[in-house]
Design a protein around this ligand. Structure first.
Ligand code: ARG
Length: 462
């Protein structure tokens, strides 16, 4: 092939593309990742063309055999990806011509690269959606195992990163199970919506050939064909939904990463991360850094960046296909790769980390963390309105602060100097074990509640 005679579209051209044109136009460097999906789509299309009699059985068989050979070449790293053929679709077709000759030219009957790329990319995103769902399930199991291990270990619960009320380790771990479960259901929901086949929309308007779109849809595992050919070739919602699910998920991973960074610091010592997921410093021999957590914390940047980038590519595009849309793939590839990596690294870290129960318990008891329990006791035992109880408790906290002690260290005399009806009973109330055990409201931190949530999720994940 000379450059002036591009077999795919060279008829009306007398000159080949400028080198710069080739560089900006070609997508083969990245869309070769769609090779398997491209061949899958072409096999389905060829089988349909054969079945409805648009091409002969022998051409159909030759095409399908040729495609199988190409798939093997790709799998064995033997396939010649050539930039002059621009993208994966034309590379495969050009190779098919070399392998089977004339019959290859019939494959593109009733098809365009516009519906072809929409189909290939959907198949790829659908695969990655499934991979993300599996990764999320694995990570949920890792959090669940931590929750089971320390269902009733007591740790500080924070608001504003200030000690708020004691909670249980199990409860904190199960919070992430809830978050990841929402991520999973978002991916599942997006998958349902994306699972329609654009193949057969052709360039934009459909075709005069008697194609069977139900047949190709079924062959490719789609629920049905898409219903509007214009929308089919111009839609990239499936990629945007994938990126938005990925962004929210990465944001969750980033939040736990931040907790791990804080928790593993010398100031907190709540958890010890395994050596497998930490690194040392080249100058400070004592250092063990939570690099994996920090990197996962940062991944949201590029993943959400991809989401924004594709949104801006699509914004303002008139129907139907525009070459702008070739800019969809690298963003999604990068986001998917990094999401999967982050999920796997997080699963490893959560599985391997060790909670330092003693430190957790000591921290849980500090910072007047059971002040709410004291106020609640005043309400329950002395029938005080909550606002008054809040006032009395605040005065007791201020007293403890002046005395430089914690609430349970105040003597009964000191307590009664603030409110005369306070009794000895208060010292049971001020213990952190009592505090967590008493939070029996549905979804509360009491170990009994946490246990029932663990059981519910174990049954769901099975
Ligand atoms: N490489 C193109 C893409 O990724 C394939 C579709 C090309 N279609 C066209 N009409 N030029 O979007």
């Amino acid at each position: 092939m000379t450059k002036s005679q591009n077999k795919m579209w060279g008829g009306r051209f007398t000159a080949g593309p400028d080198a710069i044109m080739e560089a900006i136009n070609a997508s083969i460097a990245f869309d070769q990742r769609l090779a398997a999906q491209d061949i899958q789509g072409s096999r389905a299309h060829a089988a349909m063309l054969g079945a409805v009699g648009i091409i002969s059985d022998s051409d159909c068989a030759a095409i399908r055999e040729g495609l199988d050979t190409i798939l093997l070449e790709i799998e064995n790293g033997k396939f010649p990806f050539r930039v002059e053929f621009e993208d994966i679709h034309m590379n495969v077709e050009a190779r098919l011509a070399e392998l089977i000759g004339e019959a290859s030219g019939r494959l593109h009957t009733g098809r365009s690269r516009n519906d072809q790329v929409a189909t290939d990319f959907r198949l790829w995103v659908r695969d990655q959606t499934d991979v993300a769902i599996l990764g999320l399930e694995a990570l949920m199991s890792a959090f669940l195992a931590q929750a089971k291990l320390g269902t009733d270990w007591i740790m500080p619960g924070f608001t504003h990163l200030q000690n708020a009320q004691p909670v249980t380790w199990g409860h904190h771990m199960m919070a992430y199970v809830e978050m990841l479960a929402r991520d999973k259901s978002r991916f599942e929901d997006a998958r349902r919506r994306m699972n329609e086949s654009p193949l057969g929309a052709v360039a934009l308007a459909g075709t005069s050939f008697p194609i069977d779109r139900d047949m190709t849809a079924k062959e490719l595992g789609f629920d049905c064909p898409t219903a509007n050919s214009l929308d089919s070739v111009s839609d990239r919602d499936f990629a945007l939904e994938f990126l938005s699910c990925a962004s929210i998920c990465a944001m969750h991973l980033s939040r736990f990463s931040e907790e791990l960074v804080i928790w593993s610091s010398a100031q907190f010592r709540f958890v010890t991360l395994s050596d497998k997921f930490s690194t040392g410093s080249s100058i400070m021999p004592q250092k063990k850094n939570p690099d994996a957590a920090e990197l996962i914390r940062a991944k949201i940047g590029r993943i959400f960046g991809a989401n924004v980038a594709l949104m801006l590519v699509m914004k303002g595009l008139p129907l139907t296909y525009s070459k702008d849309m070739q800019e969809d793939k690298e963003q999604v590839f990068d986001a998917a790769d990094n999401l999967m990596l982050a999920l796997a690294a997080m699963e490893g870290m959560v599985g391997d980390m060790t909670a330092n129960c003693n430190n957790l318990r000591i921290a849980a008891a500090s910072g007047f963390s059971t002040a709410t329990d004291l106020a609640d006791w005043l309400v329950r035992s002395l029938d005080m309105p909550f606002r008054d109880a809040h006032q009395v408790t605040g005065t007791l906290v201020a007293l403890a602060e002046t005395e430089k002690c914690d609430l349970p260290d105040l003597t009964l005399d000191q307590m009664q100097s603030v409110h005369s009806e306070i009794t000895n009973e208060i010292y049971d109330i001020l213990g952190v074990e009592n505090s967590v055990a008493s939070r029996m409201s549905y979804g509360g931190t009491a170990p009994e509640q946490v246990r029932s949530q663990i059981a519910r999720w174990e049954a769901t994940l099975e």
